[in-house]
Design a protein around this ligand. Structure first.
Ligand code: GLP
Length: 242
């Protein structure tokens, strides 16, 4: 079941998303969070950092698993999701490094890394999985056409995804990696609860596909219609086609 919340703007979206996240964190002694990158969750992460600083919410016993990572960049490259997460969240909430899991995109054995990541995740259960959504309906880096049965795997990025993400790379578009490692759709669906956030008009088609479209591999996010507990928070622009 999908609960849809439409808000006025990005600030409100980030506050609402924080409330959902915080409720899960507060209800568990050892919460397991599935986390996402991209610009959409940054406001939520700012709320988490502020709450940690002002209210002392502890991340000592929190475990995290990130959705995806680029292939081929060294861990400390400024555009890896490893760097993104440390800069935008982990440093601000003082989470122990041993609790943090991000796929290793520069592993020499990428298939082995996929299996290892899936195994590590199956030792836990994700209490809440945070998602953004790509303009083409992708979740994580699961592009249209990805099997709903997929586990953690290597993907070739679609041109639109590379172009969408090119803005983060200060050098030319050629620098945007061509491949990524991502949790599969079946991996994402194992989470007890899913929280998806999206803002802006360029997400309107994808949000339509997610909420009203047929459940189809053409729009990976539509699979969420089959999950028991999903909260989707969008601003008016992203909801404009509903
Ligand atoms: C990337 C990430 C996705 C993210 C998407 C949207 O492709 N792999 O996990 O949801 O971008 O990003 P943004 O929130 O910046 O629009």
């Amino acid at each position: 079941m999908i609960k849809l919340i439409v808000v006025e703007n990005y600030e409100e979206l980030s506050r609402e998303a924080f409330k959902v996240m915080k409720e899960v964190i507060d209800s568990k002694s050892h919460p397991v969070l599935g986390l996402a990158t991209g610009s959409s969750p940054i406001g939520l992460y700012k709320n988490m950092i502020q709450d940690h600083k002002e209210n002392g919410t502890s991340y000592e016993n929190v475990t995290t698993f990130n959705l995806d990572e680029y292939v081929g960049l060294k861990k400390n490259h400024r555009e890896t999701y490893y760097t993104f997460m440390h800069k935008n969240l982990f440093e601000g909430i003082e989470i122990p490094e041993k609790n943090v899991h991000i796929p290793v995109g520069d592993s020499e054995d990428l298939d082995g890394e996929c299996r290892k990541y899936e195994q590590a995740m199956s030792d836990y259960q994700v209490d809440i999985q945070l998602l953004g959504i790509g303009g083409n309906g992708h979740i994580g880096f699961n592009e249209p056409g990805t099997s709903f049965d997929s586990l953690t795997h290597i993907v070739e990025l679609k041109e639109r995804t590379r172009q969408d993400n090119a803005r983060f790379f200060t050098d030319l578009e050629e620098d945007v990696p061509t491949h990524a490692i991502t949790m599969g759709i079946a991996t994402v669906m194992k989470a007890k609860k899913i929280l998806l956030v999206a803002n802006g008009e360029n997400k309107a088609d994808a949000i339509y596909g997610l909420i009203k479209g047929p459940v189809s591999e053409d729009c990976p996010a539509s699979v969420l219609q089959n999950h028991d507990d999903v909260v989707v928070i969008v601003d008016k622009a992203a909801a404009s086609k509903l």
